[in-house]
Design a binder for this molecule. Structure first.
Ligand code: IFM
Length: 440
């Protein structure tokens, strides 16, 4: 196996709504996920993040768990509605205080804090005012970023603006599977543009309030492979790559939206105002890539009889999310980005897996997760050896948590959580991760 450099950073990742619970503690306001999860029929079993992992109360012992896992950096998200409970009034100092203490304790534990400002929990008040479809939400985000930067910027250096703009726009405003559950293509395109604008404006704001900040955007990517070598399948794969990946990366690294995808959407670019693309493409210090699986794309109009033999194995093992396990896709997508862009330093900001873990006498023997992680770490090392400036890798996730519309049915953690008692148990994969980090 290729090796990664000695200063490579090994971390774990979480997000506020998925772990914190305590939805009204210290004046926190309602977020779109509180509203959505409490709407009948939106999440599996009606699960909500009301309790989640109670991390808001257990954060100190959770940091001790991270120490046991040998974690060097912790990517967590800040809950916007803890800081601006109703969207845009004076900041809630008690909300800021929680993250202040978290950062101090992480540093004391020798763990680098790596916060994300937006991991999907928009204050409901801002959604009531139009949400990401409205340009003003991007400016509200910049204000929020500035306030958080003022408070934490003396100690935090690595920052992420927005997590997975594809999910914000596509799942939140087109498929409606995520909060706020809207279903409109035009709104989704506006939401995509405004989250990217929020990234750019937020970066400007953070640079003002936290001058030492290293800032990046986190995108979720899929490695798109064509079903066959038929030209129509290859063309379909290129379009799918643009829709899924480059729609969110071209604007930040090239200052433009990809052409083929714009044509496909018949997009009039109405939300794009003069100067926006310069704001969005201002140099950033790092790119975060979240990788879970591949996408096989083909042109449905091609008759199977005319199709050359498949290029891909259609029988890959799947996770409990139904996602195909395809580690080489991580290497391939990183190498494609390396070829297509002038890349800043790259981090895998999420990668991990949900399996049907079983707790047996206080242990979780998840050899499948360990194998998954090993194969993906190896793929990352191959990309690094091929020239990608890959600096770190955050495993999703520190612990089992609220998996959005799937509720608590999916377990992604290195640590098992018993939701009835909040007991945590380090899984075998977690012990393996700790020994891997130790010997790296
Ligand atoms: O749990 C999510 C996370 O919030 C964003 N990225 C993908 C993970 C697994 O679905």
């Amino acid at each position: 196996m290729q090796t990664l450099p000695d200063d490579f950073v090994w971390g774990v990742a979480t997000a506020a709504y998925q772990i914190e619970g305590a939805p009204s503690a210290n004046g926190r306001g309602e977020s779109i996920w509180d509203r959505f999860a409490h709407t009948p029929g939106k999440t599996r079993n009606g699960d909500t993040g009301d309790a989640a992992c109670e991390h808001f109360y257990r954060w100190e012992s959770d940091i001790e768990l991270m120490q046991q896992l040998g974690v060097q950096a912790y990517r967590f998200s800040i809950a916007w509605p803890r800081i601006f409970p109703h969207g845009s009034e004076n900041p809630n100092l008690a909300g800021l205080g929680f993250y202040d203490r978290l950062v101090d304790k992480l540093l004391e534990a020798g763990i680098t804090p790596s916060p994300t400002l937006y991991h999907w929990d928009l204050p409901q008040a801002l959604e009531d005012d139009g949400g990401w479809v409205q340009r003003r939400t991007a400016y509200a985000f910049a204000h929020y970023a500035e306030v958080v930067g003022e408070r934490l910027g003396d100690r935090v250096q690595q920052w992420w603006t927005i997590n997975e703009p594809w999910c914000v726009a596509e799942l939140g405003y087109f498929s409606g599977d995520h909060a706020p559950g809207r279903r409109n293509r035009k709104d989704a395109l506006a939401a995509a543009h405004h989250t990217l604008l929020a990234h750019g404006l937020g970066m400007e704001a953070l640079r003002r309030s936290a001058p030492a900040a290293q800032i990046g955007l986190v995108t979720n990517v899929e490695c798109v492979v064509p079903r066959s070598a038929h030209p129509a399948d290859i063309e379909a794969a290129e379009l799918a790559h643009q829709l899924r990946n480059t729609w969110y990366v071209d604007p930040v690294l090239k200052g433009e939206y990809p052409e083929r995808a714009s044509e496909h959407y018949q997009w009039d670019a109405q939300p794009v105002r003069p100067g926006d693309m310069e704001i969005i493409s201002a140099p950033m210090d790092s790119l975060g890539v979240n990788y879970y699986s591949r996408q096989v794309a083909g042109d449905e109009r091609v008759d199977d009889a005319d199709r050359p033999p498949p290029l891909v194995n259609a029988n890959l093992p799947r996770t409990t999310m139904g996602w195909e396990i395809y580690p080489e896709g991580l290497r391939d997508i990183l190498m494609r980005f390396q070829q297509d862009y002038e890349l800043p330093p790259v981090y895998v900001t999420e990668s991990g897996v949900a399996f049907a873990d079983v707790e047996q006498d206080g242990a979780i023997h998840d050899a499948d997760r360990r194998a998954y992680l090993e194969s993906h770490f190896a793929a990352a090392a191959e990309a690094h050896a091929a020239g990608v400036d890959l600096r770190g890798y955050f495993v999703w996730s520190l612990m089992d948590n609220f998996e959005w519309q799937h509720g608590y049915s999916q377990r992604f953690g290195l640590v098992w959580v018993d939701y009835a008692t909040q007991e945590r148990i380090i899984k075998d994969s977690g012990y393996w991760f700790a020994s891997m980090v130790k010997s790296s």
